[in-house]
Design a protein around this ligand. Structure first.
Ligand code: 13P
Length: 257
């Protein structure tokens, strides 16, 4: 059984996406392992591809680094060729699972209802979901950022009790910032984080928004991490490209305090 998830922890998570084989992942985790002697304050998670989970988990043994999956199926088990359940991730050593990443929403057709089911499936299977929300460039330019974020948060959190909601992490990842080198400014990210917290207050319980860690994701790198983390609204980062090399990921971890 996982230890209870603390109130609004600092978290830096690396989303490796479809990169790194098992042996490459073990090597990267090994390099990070050597750096943990520096005892960072932030919690750190690595989310490798499914095929690298076992090797990365072995390489992380005895370190405070945590493991996460990048996706799960909403059902517990059954005839779902090619899919992976939350209980399989938990058995592989995962503490976290990413749900609703924009590459799955927009590239693989996942809608709000499915993301909400995945959030609940993750919790059923003892995982802490990292729930991704974020607007596309078209939505931002059409002044629809607030509408989209409220809709995505509402779909996932409506009907959750405060304890269940508190046992999640949110990642605000504006789609236009992912993999583009175009990072949201700390003020833009903070505005969205405030809106997400206000929505949680309305949908779940007043005051709840202040208790949930909200990470920023989208072109975070060692050069911009510190200015993002300087905002009280930004509790950490979900890092893609810059998490694929130990040195750059660790500089982001170090910037988180
Ligand atoms: P990049 O850091 O490569 O922009 O990716 C962000 C992301 O999608 C993390 O989930």
């Amino acid at each position: 059984m996982n230890a209870p998830w603390p109130r609004r922890p600092r978290l830096v998570a690396g989303n490796w996406k479809m990169n790194r084989t098992a042996s490459e992942g073990a090597a990267l985790a090994g390099e990070l392992r050597a750096l943990t002697a520096a005892a960072p304050r932030a919690r750190i998670a690595l989310c490798p591809p499914f095929t690298a989970l076992a090797a990365v988990n072995a390489a992380l043994a005895g370190t405070p680094l945590l493991l996460g999956g990048q996706n799960l199926h909403a059902e517990a088990a059954g005839a779902w060729t090619g899919e992976i359940s939350g209980s399989m991730l938990a058995a592989a050593g995962c503490r976290f699972v990413i749900v609703g990443h924009s590459e799955r929403r927009h590239g693989l057709g996942e809608d709000d209802a499915l993301v909400a089911r995945k959030l609940k499936a993750a919790q059923r299977d003892g995982l802490t979901p990292i729930v991704c929300v974020g607007e596309t460039l078209l939505e931002r330019e059409g002044d629809r950022t607030a509408e989209v974020l409220v809709r995505q948060v509402r779909a996932c959190y409506e009907g959750l009790d405060a304890d269940a909601a508190r046992a999640t992490v949110i990642a605000y990842e504006p789609v236009w910032a992912i993999g583009t080198g175009k990072v949201a400014s700390p003020a833009e990210a903070a505005d969205s984080h405030r809106l997400i917290r206000a929505t949680l207050d309305r949908v779940v319980r007043p005051g709840l928004g202040a208790e949930i860690a909200i990470l920023y994701g989208g072109s975070v790198n060692p050069g911009n991490a510190a200015s993002l983390f300087a905002s009280d609204e930004i509790d950490g980062a979900l890092v893609g490209g810059a998490s694929l090399e130990a040195a750059s990921f660790w500089r982001i971890v170090a910037a988180a305090g």
